[in-house]
Design a protein around this ligand. Structure first.
Ligand code: F6R
Length: 257
């Protein structure tokens, strides 16, 4: 079962999440880190950039693997995840560009691009950071009758596209598909840290940790991972049964090996 750690302040949540990576890199600078995009992760990247600024960590030898990218956006489009990663993280730290891997959704053949990314993902990550969609998606593995193990092109659900409206302004500008790591790629990581902030995630978080394991809520597979932590603020953790929750109080890091 994943541990669900609840934080009063989201700043503390981000500080602990960053510390997972910082501690790993202090003993293993070449670590392979799966990274996510989305509004929730911005606090993590702000914190990692701050720790880098203090000289406490270097990302130079690490390898980064992004979960996903929209199909049909140029890499320089501000809404692309390539641009997001440069803006929020890669350009603020000393990450080596040749060790930052992302699927390329901009070309004429997204299927071929997904196959290329699948090859890049052959070795498992040491740590995988995740967000969660309000529908329980991880990466862009949307609720479905079955899930795909490897990197693939996927249609975005209506709910996911509506959630992206805040960035694109108009629904017809929101991409209809994306390239995403598959659930096999995600769950092969040695450890997982899922971050969820805000009331809109409460139902998905509760279904992920206390309901049955189901492809209708892809994040529920975290229940099968031996080394997963879910970090939530009060609103996101509101529907999680008290018995499954722990108050963070600075004890989180000891829990994840
Ligand atoms: C993004 C990703 C998605 C997001 C999720 C939450 O790389 O994989 O699963 O983590 O949609 O997004 P926010 O944080 O914007 O609510």
């Amino acid at each position: 079962m994943p541990s669900v750690w609840e934080y009063r302040q989201s700043d503390d949540l981000y500080a602990d999440a960053a510390e997972f990576a910082v501690r790993l890199l202090s003993v293993f600078p070449e670590a392979s880190i799966g990274v996510a995009t989305g509004d929730t992760q911005i606090g993590l990247y702000d914190r990692l950039a701050a720790v880098f600024g203090e000289g406490r960590v270097s990302f130079r030898k690490a390898a980064f693997y992004n979960l996903d990218e929209y199909v049909g956006l140029d890499k320089d489009d501000p809404n692309s995840y390539h641009a997001y990663m440069r803006r929020h993280f890669f350009d603020r730290v000393d990450a080596a560009p040749e060790r930052c891997f992302m699927p390329d959704g901009s070309g004429p053949d997204p299927e071929a691009s997904a196959r290329r990314y699948a090859k890049t993902l052959a070795a498992p990550r040491d740590i995988q950071f995740l967000g969660i969609g309000a529908n329980g998606h991880i990466g862009f593995n949307e609720p479905a009758g079955s899930l795909t193990l490897g990197a693939h092109v996927t249609a975005l659900s209506a709910r996911t596209r509506r959630a992206a409206l805040r960035h694109f302004g108009k629904l017809d500008r929101v991409p209809r598909s994306a390239i995403t790591m598959g659930v096999g790629d995600i769950f092969s990581s040695r450890s997982m840290v899922l971050l969820a902030v805000g009331e809109e995630k409460a139902e998905a978080v509760a279904r992920s940790v206390s309901g049955s394991v189901t492809t209708r809520c892809p994040a529920s597979f975290l229940q099968l991972h031996p080394n997963a932590a879910i970090l939530v603020d009060g609103p996101a953790g509101r529907l999680v049964p008290e018995a499954l929750k722990r108050r963070a109080d600075g004890r989180v890091l000891g829990d994840l090996r």
